[in-house]
Design a protein around this ligand. Sequence first.
Ligand code: BG6
Length: 491
Amino acid sequence: MANPGGSFSFDIVVFGATGDLSLRKLLPALFLRDAAGQLEPDARILGAARQPLPQAEFRALAAQALDRHLPAGAFDKDVWARFEARLEYLALDVEQPEDYAKLAKWLRLDCGQVTVYYLAVAPRFFGPICRQLGAAGLNLPCARVVLEKPIGKDSASAKAINDAVGAVFPEEQVFRIDHYLGKETVQNLMALRFANSLFEPIWHRGVIDHVQMTVAENIGVEKRGGYYDQSGALRDMVQNHLLQLLCLVAMEPPVAFEADAVRDEKLKVLQALHRIGERDVAIKTVRGQYSAGAVNGGAVPGYAEEVERPETSTETFVVVKAEIENWRWAGVPFYLRTGKRLPQRRSEIVIQFRPVPHLIFPGASRDVVANRLVIRLQPDEGISLHMMAKVPGPGGLRLRQAPLNLSFAETFQDRQPDAYERLLMDVVRGNPMLFMRRDEVEAAWHWVEPILAGWDAQGDAPKHYTAGSWGPSAAIGLIERDGRTWHEDMR
Ligand code: BG6
C-alpha cells in the first residue's frame, strides 16, 4: 500500500465533491500532496455528488478551485496534468442503491490499496451513506470512512450517527476530523509539553493562575448561514476545536505517542470538566451576536441580516469559563472565547502564571507583571514567554516586561502545510492519532448540552456586539469579575 519512500496508492471517494469543503480544502490539499510526491501514480480521486456533471466539467471545477484556494505560487502545470488525470466524477444520489453499484464498478475491490470514503456532506447523510456502502458490500477491510464535524447537534444525535456508522465500519476504520488537530501549531502543543523538560514541572495549579484560549475570526458566516444558524458558536467551535485544544493543554502525559494513549488522556480531561448547568450559565458563559459594523475598514451587515432571519437568536460569539475537576487543575479556570466578525483572525492560548510570592524591589511593585506564555496558533505561529527584565541604564532599578519570542516562520523556513494535507495522509496511512474517537465526541457533547439547555431555560437573547469589536462588554465583565483581564492584544 505504501512504498518505503512514503508515497501512497489509494482510491478516495469524496461525497459532496462539488461542495465548499471539497473545493476549498480537500482538492487543494490532495493537489499539494501530489506536488510533494506523496501520491502513487495509480492513486485516484472520485468526486461524487448528486448533480449530473460531465467529467470534463468536474475537472474544470477542480481547476478553478485550485486557482482560488492554493497558496500563491503553488500551482504547477506538470502536477496539474498528473492530478487532473486522477480525477473522475460520479453522479450519486446517496439514497439510491443503483448508484452504489456504479461506485462498486469504479472501486478496486481487491484491496490492493486503501479506499477512503470522505463524507463531506451534512451529518444527516452519514448514517444513510454508510448503510448503503454496507449493503453494496463496499465496507471493505481496506476502507476508511472520514466524517466531517459536526457529528450531530447533541449527544443523542451524535450517538445515533456513531451507531449507524459503527454498524457498518468498526471504530478503527472511522476517522472523525477536527481540522484543528491537523494544524502544525496545535501538534506543537504536544512537542512543547512533552519534548521539553522545562514546562511539565510547572504545568499545574501551583504555578499557573489561569488559561485563556481564544479563536477569533474576522469573517462572518459567509455562505454557510443555513448550517450556522442551526448551530451557533458553541456547537460550531467550542464543542470540537476549543475543547480539543483544552485537552491538549490539560491532559496528563500519555504513556506513549500512540493514538489510543493520547486519546485516553484527552477523554479523561473531558470527563473531568465541571458541568455548567442552568444555575451557573449566567455567570460562567456569555453569548453574543454581531450587529452591523466595520471589519478591517469595510462595512459589514449584522448577522441577522446575513442569514435573513431578523428573529434569529443564534450566537456568533461565546465565552465559557471551563473548570477541570482534577488534582492538576482544580481552581485554575480555562476561559474559552471564540467569535465571528471580531477585529482580526487570531488564535492564541495564554498560560498565565501566578505572581511572584514576595516582591523585593522597592517601588517597582506596580511594574511587575506575572509571567505569561503565549502560544500563537494562527497567524504568525509561534511562542512567546513574557518575562520581567531590568531596563538597561543607571537611574535606579526599573523593571519592564519583555518577551522571549520564537517565531516558527523564522526558525523553520518551510511552508506550514494546511491541516487537511496532514490529515488526509494520516487517513491513508491509517494513523488515527489526530482524529476524535467516538467516546471523545460524545463526552464533549455531554459537557456542551447542559449549557445549551441552560441558555434555553434562561430564554434571553444573545447580547449584541458591533462587528469589528471584541464581543459584548459582558465578555470583559466575566473575566474581570475574577480579577483577571484578557490578553493585551485582544481586548
Ligand atoms: C470550522 C467552522 O470548523 O472552522 C467554521 O465550522 C470556522 O465556522 C472554521 O470558520 C475556522 O477554521 P480555521 O482553520 O480558519 O481557523
